[in-house]
Design a protein around this ligand. Structure first.
Ligand SMILES: NC(=O)c1ccc[n+]([C@@H]2O[C@H](COP(=O)([O-])OP(=O)(O)OC[C@H]3O[C@@H](n4cnc5c(N)ncnc54)[C@H](O)[C@@H]3O)[C@@H](O)[C@H]2O)c1
Ligand SMILES: C[C@@H](O)[C@H](N)C(=O)O
Length: 374
């Protein structure tokens, strides 16, 4: 019947257009104690964060004691105030982190605990960093499924239930061997072969589904391998590019677990954290999509070693290839096309390879070592 078809068409349009058109689409998800069924609050409002223009966001970071979370907390605290940013994890924080601002226990697999934290602290923005990375994920697939998939479901539900603005990082690992690799565009075939990659594609799609279906303000960046000076990587394929600096300064040599010619996209942590805040602060109307590639540089272990050699002339690199990590790296992009991020919200990286190496070695005190060696 024409009227039915017209209604179907209208509903279809509303779903496709999503909340930018100002329409509410349908039932909103909320979980309540003692039941796993959806409940539909009549007065629910799922549009963006429920803070006024003048308020600072109240931020929760999950998985905050890994490689990236502490840096993110420090960065956001400078902007929003120390007490407005809560770091959470299932690990025990070292003293200096515990005393640097709010730091609490939160297991993302415990939905009630998550909801209690969000309610008690009037959270408005959530940065979801908990995950098992690519190499550790392959070593423990069932835990990776639980944390990266079930945990993500809890995060999406709590964020939708409480109208949070939600950031979930994705990764170059969300692409696979059948994706175009050089450069890899935002929209292309995504058939990753790791549980980490599969869970991140799932996160991208689920976040975008919640955005279109429920109006959840979901924002996602595909990070390259991130290189940080003052935190250790959590078991990924790009970890070598962090460890090389520690070993170069401490021992003057490094054993690399990837082949010398393995080219991967990489980024210095300051660029990564700035991109994360910039996309969270971008006006909704500037975002033509909800998941963006971001890019800074691509290099091989050989090229990184050459750059280190300019600072530490006696540095030596050897190779002892880890077949699991190598297979993962060989299936990942060589470079990312981030032109949409640059066009939509003005993304621009600051650090290329030479600045990265100088900054990392300065942090680790290579000057002292070179001076001693001379
Ligand atoms: N570091 C990178 O190079 C990189 C690149 C791309 C994307 N990312 C993404 O950025 C995010 C942060 O990465 P990272 O390098 O800091 O990871 P990481 O492995 O160093 O830290 C992850 C944290 O999650 C915590 N965690 C594990 N299970 C948990 C649970 N049940 N509840 C709460 N927390 C739990 C861990 O204790 C750990 O501190 C991840 O989602 C990762 O996929 C990182
Ligand atoms: C690239 C990224 O997702 C992570 N550093 C890993 O190697 O698993």
């Amino acid at each position: 019947m024409p009227v039915v078809r017209m209604l179907q068409h209208l509903v279809g349009q509303m779903l496709l257009q999503g909340p930018a058109c100002g329409c509410r689409t349908s039932a909103l998800p909320a979980r309540f104690p003692g039941t796993s069924r959806w409940h539909i609050p009549a007065d629910a409002n799922f549009h963006s964060a429920s803070l006024s223009e003048t308020d600072q966001p109240r931020v929760l970071i999950t998985g905050g004691l890994g490689q990236l979370g502490v840096g993110l907390a420090n960065f956001l605290r400078k902007r929003f105030g120390k007490d407005n940013v809560i770091l959470s994890d299932i690990r025990k924080p070292p003293d200096h982190i515990f005393h640097s601002g709010p730091c609490i226990y939160s297991d993302i697999l415990d939905y009630k605990n998550l909801r209690e934290i969000v309610v008690n602290n009037r959270i408005t923005w959530l940065f979801h960093y908990s995950a098992l990375l690519s190499a550790v994920g392959e070593a423990n697939v069932s835990l990776a499924k639980a944390v990266n998939i079930t945990g993500l479901h809890n995060i999406l539900d709590v964020a939708a239930e409480h109208s949070l603005r939600l950031f979930v990082p994705s990764t170059i690992g969300a692409f696979g061997p059948t994706s175009p690799r050089n450069p890899t565009p935002d929209l292309c075939i995504q058939r990753p072969r790791t549980i980490y990659g599969v869970s991140k594609v799932h996160a991208e799609l689920m976040g975008e589904y919640y955005y279109y279906r429920y109006g959840l303000d979901f924002r996602c960046l595909r990070y390259p391998g991130i290189i940080s000076a003052d935190s250790q990587p959590g078991g990924g394929t790009t970890d070598y590019a962090v460890q090389i600096f520690h070993d170069a300064v401490k021992n003057g040599k490094f054993e690399c677990n990837l082949k010398p010619s393995t080219r991967l996209p990489m980024m210095y942590i300051d660029d990564c954290l700035r991109a994360t805040l910039e996309v969270m602060e971008a006006p909704a109307e500037s975002l033509s999509m909800r998941t963006y590639n971001i890019s800074a540089m691509s290099f091989t272990p050989e090229e990184l070693a050459q750059e280190v050699l300019k600072h530490i002339p006696e540095f030596q690199i050897t190779y002892n290839v880890d077949s699991v990590r190598q297979a993962i790296a060989d299936s990942w992009p060589v470079s990312l096309d981030d032109s949409n991020a640059r066009k939509d919200w003005g993304w621009k990286h600051d650090f290329d390879l030479p600045e990265l190496v100088t900054t990392m070695l300065n942090f680790h005190g290579s000057d002292t070592r070179v001076a001693q060696a001379n």
